[in-house]
Ligand binder design. Structure first.
Ligand code: TTP
Ligand code: MG
Length: 369
């Protein structure tokens, strides 16, 4: 049976969900990300809706750059951007509903991130039939959640994912196996998953811009140029991808980080933020139904952006769900060990120049499923 693989990715996900939750925001430019208080913010944009993207705002842009672009637009008489904080609980809920909808139509579904899903529709028997099913899925998501998504259908995950990105937003694109090469050849090499800005730069410098240009390289040449990634680039440029759809991803770590409202040397302020953060991270862990964890890592970024981490591993898992070593005990040890890792950054031990702190992060690692 011919393989028919689909990739579904929500459009401007966080921003679209926010827009639909508050009807008065519909049609407005929206950026979701770290907070801006009285025109000052220090983090980045998580995402922007397509209207705000028209102002040049995009994911990972410093929030203040986005603010400036919004101010410029406002001075030109356009709508100013609505800045909203991130509400993960809400996006997770919508994400779970989307997964449920897809599961009604496909037996094998992989959730690849909060807003992207792979599913297998080989049993539909033809690309035309798979396309009809995907139209239904799109319509149902739109009806239930009032947000749009883009779907790519192809002979494997690689082609499906690229196809989903081409017609955004609200797109649907089918690329059959025999069309893969002509589909890929004219695309910029950056469209290939795994070719990031640095790798792309190496190729651009040699005049290699399109996926089709990569075909001139032998497997060995690519390995010489790219090391172990060479083989994978060789395959992807030819549209080859055998990776299976895997329903369950093993969660290896859970963490978070917070940029402080202002850089500070005050240990009480740092600890206060750190405590809130670590409570949240532990709550995510305990809600995840895991049986324990064997590592903790703490990150501190100083005002000069120098970033340092410390971690600790445990022989026996903590946070386990059995009466003798209860979750509560696990939590106590977690809090204590996290604090032990943080403290040296609050004095001269790990901060000899007494630099102000800009960001703190904590991660629960080596999670036992
Ligand atoms: P994406 O699917 O990459 O982006 P998107 O859904 O906002 O927009 P597109 O229409 O291009 O798919 O990411 C999904 C969500 O993940 C996004 O809504 C917010 C979050 N995210 C971040 O928090 N930081 C990031 O740098 C990126 C890329 C995404
Ligand atoms: Mg998306």
């Amino acid at each position: 049976m011919k393989k028919i693989i689909c990739h579904l990715d929500m459009d401007a996900f966080f921003a679209s969900v926010e827009e639909q939750k508050r009807p008065h925001l519909v049609g407005k430019p929206i950026a979701v990300g770290s907070p801006i208080i009285e025109g000052v913010g220090r983090g980045v944009v998580s995402t922007a809706n397509y209207k705000a993207r028209g102002y040049g705002i995009h994911s990972a842009m410093p929030i203040m750059t986005a603010w400036r672009l919004s101010e410029e637009a406002r001075k030109q008489g356009k709508d100013e951007v609505v800045f909203l904080p991130v509400d993960f609980a809400l996006y997770n809920k919508v994400s779970a509903h989307v997964l449920e909808i897809i599961k009604k139509y496909a037996a094998l579904v992989e959730q690849a991130s909060v807003d992207e899903f792979y599913y297998d529709l080989s049993s539909a028997g033809s690309f035309a039939k798979a396309k009809a099913i995907c139209k239904k899925i799109k319509a149902e998501i739109k009806a239930v959640e009032k947000v749009t998504c883009s779907v790519g259908i192809g002979p494997n995950k690689l082609i499906a994912k690229i196809a989903a990105g081409i017609k955004k937003p609200d797109g649907l694109l089918v690329v059959e196996g025999k069309q893969s090469r002509e589909f890929l050849n004219p695309l910029d090499i950056r469209e290939l998953p795994g070719i990031g800005p640095k790798t792309a730069e190496i190729f651009y410098k040699q005049g290699i811009n399109k996926v089709g240009d990569l075909l001139a390289f032998s497997r060995e040449q690519l390995k010489d140029l790219m090391g172990k990634h060479g083989e994978s680039i060789f395959q992807k440029a030819r549209g080859i991808d055998d990776s299976p759809i895997t329903e369950f991803h093993e969660v290896k770590s859970i963490g978070g980080q917070t940029t402080l409202n202002e850089n500070t040397k005050n240990p009480i302020v740092v600890y206060d933020i750190f405590k809130k953060l670590s409570d949240g991270v532990f709550a995510s862990f305990s809600n995840g139904g895991f049986s324990g964890f064997k590592g903790i890592a703490v990150t501190v970024r100083f005002a000069d952006f120098q970033t340092q981490s410390s971690s600790k591993s445990f022989k026996e898992p903590l946070g386990v769900r059995d009466p003798s070593t209860s979750l509560r005990t696990g939590r106590k040890i977690f809090e204590l060990e996290a604090l032990r890792l943080l403290l040296p950054y609050l004095d001269l031990q790990k901060n000899p120049k007494s630099k102000p702190i800009r960001l703190v992060g904590i991660r629960i690692e080596k999670i036992v499923p």
